[in-house]
Design a protein. Sequence first.
Length: 203
Amino acid sequence: MNTEQLKIFDQARNEMGVATREEVHKKGYWHEVFHCWFVSGDNLILQLRSKQKKENPLLFDITAAGHLLAAETIEDGVREVKEELGVNLTFDELQPLGVIDYCSFQGDYIDNEIAHVFLYKCHLEINELILQKEEVAGIVKVDFNDFRELWTGIKDAIRVAGYEIKADGSKHVIDKLVGREQFVPHPTGYYETIIEKIEKEIK
């Protein structure tokens, strides 16, 4: 995976060439990613990252997301939804939420992302999703208003409910209170922007 080729950009989004995924995160090059947030009624659907993930294992995250490879277009990002969740979507089924640039740092891992962000209004039950075990350990629902109040500082913990697939393939119920530290540490500004954009689409 570290040898995947990604397009790299300067801070003004001018394309600079191609680099490996490892080099991108070592040198902090800007690169493109695809984010797809699922909503179901008044709920957001979030993934629990696999414990096999090098970055942020067993933390809650965007429903489906991943890097766009050098040869891919933004439309090709729907493959992440198919791979991670087993849902075969077309690009036309997604509601564009815009492009969000953001930076995060974890030790010597520098993540400068140009995120192409989309919303999908999901009519499937979460038990119908087919999880890619190398990427996704579980799926939960969270009330959108609770999620907003968590990231705007009104609440310190919110309830998530869903399931986790254990290493032996057994499904375990998740129903608990979680705080901000149990989510992938995207910048707070990213979460605030996403919440504002989703809210406009689901009112």
